[in-house]
Design a protein around this ligand. Structure first.
Ligand code: 0A1
Ligand code: ZN
Length: 890
């Protein structure tokens, strides 16, 4: 029988804990096969709750002894929980001592205490602590921790836990110990320990407040030269939180430790953040600009959790967005502030919105749709979602938009005044923002605004305009609706801040303002407008909604050329592309090779590419066609191979028609000098890489500049650049250009790349991912993926490696995955079932690759349903996978 609950948990059922745990004294004898854990706790009854037995959570533990106030006691194990009925009566504190063992080396789920590369790591969020010892493993039970670690000194020279090191020394038999005391009370999910052969980069800093702190980044020996960027990001994070929100580092020592076996990106354990190596290690030779930028935001994210998550935590897991939405918002703001210039901030904003629209919108329209504050779950690990994180961040962003930056900062201050040291709810946060802004529109609208927390689904805003020539009156009617989602048929109107502007036909700006839409439909009137204007609606993507407006091509071209709002300028280009893609897809009979892009569109793209003052990064975003998943979402019924073919054909057209312009873009952007991952040089490298891909694509068609009949120079140039590149961004972009264009030089380049980086796991992940994600040519990708799984460097137990091959194919390569012969789906179901007993969290993420199966055209739809049903039919599935497939079939 599986440990733990097998039934759905409801938010409405929340009850305060029957006991409090005040102190925890943990002693670990670390051994991979059998680690002994002695857990001494001081508990007391919660006087506000009716007397009841103590039920402590536990999972995969071997229990040896239980003592209450030093005496043996009776107990039972019920559904994995340790139940104690004969406890001292009254509200006097009592001592509970529990001795258990566990087997870290057998822990393939990477939850609780596990071994990676002969070092020990822990992961306790959300419910991993119960795999270490019996406990009230819920975030509203906050205790003070003392931790003693004992281990073989030669094998595990570094022993770390949360807080401050108070003692260390030698033991018998070559063992040693370290004792750590965390000065802050915390929930069990923030507990961490690390033990192993590690080295660290150190930095002493003095905060604005004049306090001294020690920052450390721990990695495996040999990786130290890849920690500078993470350390810089950490120092920037400390300075930023002080400057922007007045929040200082509250610990003498702050540690980051990297592990190559990790289910997610990173974890904010108090004072001892544990990171996936992917978000720590970077050198110009091994990491791309994107890696550098991700490291900056993940380091920031985890650091900012120290206040938003750790000092103030969640009452229960339904409130997850309280810490995650807010902390994503904070890391997005951090990255924008570091980017500096307005145009670089806009680029970051567009990138964030792109993630929201390509990943969160589909989630919100599919079987796993849930509110930012969910109402129920079977497995909480399934709710670390783009909805809780990214949509949650948009909800916080709208609050800031509505009360202004200063008003929002005041709200944050009030939030910490009220709730520091407590476990609270999303309502508490929203209330603090409102109360700090008395008399504001936000305060008045608070109850309605909170629907963003309770109602799932992406709202649609429809804009209809009317211009009355004789009077010069322009009317804009905005209407909102929200489609039904599982369990929520009917939706009430949201509070939707809508950034608005009007442009004259010549592109000059006539007016701009923020309108707050609260009704189902509202009409705004603009008097005295001379000539029909072009509306720029939802500027800056001021709300996470789908905007529907029947823009004409002419209007979109005006916006693309002139809008003062960079987001809407980019958006106009995307709309032009979406309209064309949809038109081509409507012409079912037309072979993709016959697709021709019209001159006005080509010219618009040319003028962006040739623009004398626009940033390279912005150009790259505009020239990037909307993602296949985004295009698929615009359709009633999706044939992913057709979507892929149409998008590829459009890209091929851009490659051919703009060949001279790509060449110019490449030449002016290809030399960025000494490597610095700043926004300007990153943008230039991105555009140069894009240009190279298009030039290689154009070469494929034979329409090359060298003239008919002559071999084209660009694949050769790409190969040369691949070989000579001084940084991974240029090298990988050149390699991708060859792979994407299907050039014969791709094979030798891939071989060389592997030989160069065979000892760099994170680079090998890129090598695997590039091949599993390559454009399909006659069904060649699935056999390649199967071969990659037989490669000696493949290991399904390592989440990064599994993601780089299996997810890159199933989740990120729709054109290759959705095969008419259903072989992609068969592969998917086999991998989900293979992964589930190893690591249910990773399996459940993979299971979501078929979330949108109901939208597929036949026969794909039936084949996908069958594959999901095959997974669902397997007895003894984890809760994680069971929840995903049951919802998919509902
Ligand atoms: N709180 C972390 C995310 C996280 C959640 C669960 C994990 O368990 C495998 C790990 C990390 C964050 O937001 O960064
Ligand atoms: Zn987080």
């Amino acid at each position: 029988m599986r440990d733990g609950q097998n039934s759905v948990i409801y938010r409405a059922d929340y009850q305060a804990p029957a006991y409090w745990i005040d102190t925890v004294d943990l002693c670990f004898d670390l051994d991979p096969a059998k680690t002994r854990v002695l857990n001494k706790m001081k508990l007391r009854r919660n006087a506000d709750v009716a007397p009841q037995p103590l039920r402590l959570d536990g999972e995969e533990l071997n229990l040896s002894r239980v003592l209450v106030n030093g005496q043996g006691t009776s107990f039972k194990i019920d559904g994995g929980q340790l139940v104690l009925e004969n406890l001292p009566e009254g509200d006097q504190p009592f001592e509970l001592e529990i001795f258990t063992t566990c087997a870290p080396v057998k822990n393939t789920k990477l939850m609780g205490l596990y071994v990676s590369n002969d070092s020990f790591f822990t992961q306790c969020e959300a419910e991993g602590f119960r795999r270490i010892t019996y406990f009230l493993d819920r975030p509203d039970v906050m205790a003070s921790y003392t931790v003693t670690l004992r281990a073989d000194k030669a094998r595990y020279p570094v022993l770390l836990s949360n807080g401050n090191l108070v003692d260390q020394g030698k033991l018998d038999d070559g063992r040693h110990f370290a004792r750590w005391v965390d000065p802050f009370r915390k929930p069990s999910y923030l507990f961490a320990l690390v033990a192993g052969q590690l080295v660290c980069r150190e930095q002493r800093i003095t905060s604005r407040a004049g306090k001294e702190h020690l920052l450390q980044v721990y990695v495996r020996p040999g990786d130290l030269d890849k920690t500078e960027h993470a350390m810089n990001a950490l120092m920037d994070s400390v300075a930023w939180d002080e400057a922007r929100f007045g929040l200082s580092l509250d610990l003498e020592r702050f540690m980051i430790v990297a592990t190559s076996d990790f289910n997610m990106g990173a974890m904010e354990n108090k004072g001892l953040n544990i990171f996936n190596t992917k978000y720590v290690l970077a050198s110009q030779a091994t990491a791309t600009d994107t890696d550098f930028s991700n490291i900056e935001s993940v380091v920031g994210h985890e650091y900012f959790h120290n206040w938003t998550g750790n000092r103030v935590t969640c009452r229960d897991w339904f409130q997850l967005s309280l810490k995650e939405g807010l902390t994503v918002f904070r890391d997005q703001e951090f990255s924008q502030d570091l980017a500096g210039e307005a145009s670089a901030r806009a680029v970051k904003r567009i990138e964030d919105v792109r993630v929201l629209r390509t990943a969160q919108f589909p989630e919100d329209a599919g079987p796993m749709a849930h509110p930012v504050r969910p109402d129920q779950y079977l497995e909480i690990n399934n709710f670390y979602t783009v909805t809780v994180y990214e949509k949650g961040a948009e909800v916080v962003r709208m609050m800031q938009t509505l009360v202004g930056r200063e008003g929002f900062a005041r709200g944050m201050t009030l939030y910490f005044e009220r709730h520091d040291g407590h476990a609270v709810t999303c309502d508490d946060f929203a209330q603090a923002i409102a109360d700090a802004n008395p008399g504001s529109q936000f305060e008045q609208l608070l109850p309605q605004f909170k629907r963003w927390y309770s109602q799932a689904g992406t709202p649609r805003v429809t804009a209809v305009t009317q211009y009355d020539e004789p009077t010069g009156e322009y009317r804009l009617t905005l209407s909102q609706s929200c489609p039904p989602t599982p369990g929520q048929e009917h939706k009430e109107p949201f509070v939707i801040p809508i950034g608005l502007g009007l442009l004259a036909a010549d592109g000059s700006e006539l007016t701009s303002r923020m309108h707050v839409l609260t009704q189902a439909s509202e009409t705004l009137t603009f008097p005295g407008i001379d000539g029909e204007p072009v509306p720029s609606i939802l500027r800056g993507f001021s709300a996470p909604v789908i905007l529907e407006h029947a823009y004409t091509d002419a209007q979109l071209l005006t916006l693309l050329a002139h809008d003062t709002d960079p987001f809407n300028r980019w958006e106009a280009g995307q709309r032009l592309a979406v309209n064309r893609a949809l038109a081509f897809m409507g012409q079912q009979a037309m072979p993709a090779s016959d697709i021709r892009l019209d001159q006005p569109y080509i010219e618009a793209m040319r003028s962006i590419l040739r623009h004398p003052t626009l940033d390279s990064a912005f150009k790259e975003l505009v020239l990037t066609l909307p993602a296949e998943t985004y295009l698929g979402e615009q359709l009633q019924e999706v044939d992913p191979q057709r979507v892929h073919a149409v998008r590829e054909a459009m890209r091929q057209q851009l490659a051919q028609q703009l060949q001279a312009d790509w060449q110019c873009a490449f030449e002016t952007n290809s030399d960025t000098g000494g490597y610095v991952p700043d926004p300007v040089s990153c943008g230039r490298r991105a555009l140069a890489g894009m240009a190279l891909t298009h030039l290689c694509l154009a070469a494929r068609s034979g329409a090359h500049s060298a003239g008919p009949g002559q071999p084209d120079v660009w694949p050769g140039k790409a190969y040369q650049r691949f070989k000579d590149a001084a940084n991974m961004t240029d090298r990988f972009n050149a390699l991708s250009a060859l792979v994407i264009s299907g050039n014969e030089l791709a094979a030798p380049a891939l071989q060389k790349f592997h030989a160069l980086f065979k000892d760099e796991p994170l680079v090998l992940d890129k090598w695997f991912a590039l091949q599993a994600g390559q454009p399909d040519r006659g069904g060649n990708v699935l056999p390649a993926v199967k071969q990659l799984m037989n490669h000696p460097d493949f290991n399904i137990r390592n989440p990064n490696r599994a993601r780089s091959v299996i997810f890159s194919y199933c989740s990120a390569n729709p054109g290759a995955f959705h095969r008419p012969d259903a072989a992609g789906y068969v592969f998917w179901s086999e991998r989900v079932l293979e992964l589930d007993p190893i690591n249910p969290q990773v399996a459940a993420r993979l299971a979501r690759a078929l979330d949108r199966w109901k939208k597929l055209v036949e026969p794909l739809r039936s084949a996908a349903r069958e594959a999901i049903a095959r997974v669902a039919a397997k007895p003894d599935l984890s809760n994680d996978v069971r929840e995903v497939v049951t919802r998919a079939l509902a």
